[in-house]
Unconditional design. Structure first.
Length: 451
């Protein structure tokens, strides 16, 4: 990285950043309060509020959003007539899954092989630290040249839309000239990347019932309709022979015309077992950025341990459907529900319920903010041009902000490159990426203010 005061300041702040990230990761802030105490999320929210106050933010507030969680807001005034930039991150995290599968405790930041491991280290508590580092570096080198709003969401991973609904009810709160969403990531380590598209998503719960109660499989099996078997049959209908998603009425042949994603690199990033085929057709980029993708997230049925010889009377599953830009998530939800109901066999009773939804997003990459970010990343990543990639994941707030503030420019950057393994076991963040992206964000704010 070229020597400059901003880069030197960020480098000097990295030990503090590690200590702060360790404090944030220690909060078990999963916004599913049936699994984790609400006090853990509240503790993380208060930590962020205190950090913003310590940096001179005014109007710091804990916003009680309609889904029962809190988002943290703060405002840092800049020079008179300065532009306003909104910096976004979220502090809620995915559950750690099988804690025994972690090499180190998931809520204890641990350094190993040059990376920092812990749930939320990259997605997205590290994004909050990135914002703080960028602002501290600017304050140490002449001051922050824009008005800054920070919003840290408390339920992004749950898809329950609390902040979206709050923003719609208080549209003046998050108004900005440009919005930086710190919740995506570089295509790979050392390759500066902005995310130009996001797939939308819908979550649907399906319940299948066939009997008044479980029956002895020896006495009734073979004629009594098995609800679990019916559920398996209907879930299998969501995929073609090659694994492509097949939802009746939903197109699945769009193509991606940006950055290429080589199959061998994807196999390595996804840690696909040797001999196991990739699913779907088209390029990898087509499959993960431009086409719908269905995933069965969970099935309620008896576990293997303790299972009895019974025909199951009922079973249910949670199904996720990612939809590309150009496809309305609400329409996709209707198509998915209709498909599930139409493909349920044997006249079994079936109920479907939507429990979460977010629209897809496409950015305007020709805007002045993107030019300012490209120049900033060229300094933070010497010799590398900024790349444009898609993101298979969803950030529902993006479309809400785009609808509320149609003149605002929206950029998506972050720490969730493939090695980070977000949502999986042993999530981690590269401290070098945290450092470089913090420099890039600081220089972007300066470039954008001068533009």
């Amino acid at each position: 990285m070229s020597s400059n005061p901003v880069a030197e300041t960020v480098a000097s702040l990295m030990p503090r950043a590690r200590a702060e990230l360790a404090e944030l990761v220690a909060f078990q802030s999963v916004a599913d309060f049936d699994q984790y105490p609400k006090s853990e999320s509240e503790g993380a929210a208060n930590w962020i509020a205190d950090a913003l106050r310590a940096e001179g933010f005014t109007d710091v507030a804990l916003l009680d959003t309609p889904d029962g969680t809190q988002s943290v807001y703060g405002y840092l005034p800049g020079p008179e007539s300065a532009k306003t930039v909104l910096l976004y991150a979220h502090y809620d995290v995915q559950p750690p899954l099988d804690e025994a599968g972690w090499t180190s405790p998931p809520f204890e930041l641990t350094e190993r092989d040059g990376r920092w491991y812990g749930r939320g280290a990259a997605d997205c508590k590290g994004g909050l630290i990135m914002h703080l580092l960028a602002l501290r570096a600017l304050k140490a080198d002449g001051g922050v040249p824009v008005n800054v709003k920070v919003i840290a969401e408390g339920s992004e991973e749950q898809g329950t839309g609390g902040l979206e609904r709050y923003a719609e009810e208080h549209p003046e709160l998050l108004t900005a000239d440009t919005i930086v969403i710190g919740d995506t990531g570089n295509f790979r380590v050392d390759l500066p990347t902005v995310t130009s598209t996001l797939r939308g998503m819908t979550l649907v719960r399906i319940q299948v019932d066939t009997l008044e109660g479980n029956l002895h499989s020896g006495q009734f099996g073979g004629a009594a309709p098995d609800a679990l078997a019916a559920l398996i049959r209907v879930l299998d209908s969501l995929r073609a022979e090659d694994g492509s998603t097949t939802v009746d009425g939903l197109s699945g042949d769009s193509v991606w015309d940006g950055l290429a994603y080589e199959e061998e690199q994807f196999r390595k990033d996804a840690k696909v077992l040797e001999g196991v085929e990739l699913i779907g057709s088209g390029t990898v980029a087509d499959r993960i950025w431009a086409r719908p993708a269905v995933t069965v997230l969970g099935i309620d049925c008896p576990p293997v341990v303790g299972a009895t010889p019974s025909v199951q009377a009922g079973a249910r599953a949670l199904v996720s459907l990612r939809v590309p830009p150009g496809v309305d998530a609400g329409e996709a939800t209707k198509l998915l529900q209709a498909h599930l109901e139409a493909h349920t066999p044997w006249g079994a009773r079936v109920r479907t319920e939507q429990i979460g939804q977010g629209q897809a997003f496409r950015a305007d990459t020709t805007s002045p903010a993107y030019r300012a970010m490209a120049d900033a990343m060229a300094v933070a990543y010497p010799g590398q041009d900024m790349q444009y990639a898609g993101q298979g994941g969803s950030i529902p707030l993006c479309n809400t902000l785009a609808a509320l503030y149609p003149q605002a420019e929206i950029l998506l950057i972050g720490l969730s490159e493939p090695e980070a393994q977000i949502h999986a076991l042993n999530e981690s963040v590269s401290p070098e990426e945290l450092e470089r992206l913090s420099v890039a964000e600081a220089l972007f704010l300066r470039n954008y203010a001068a533009g």
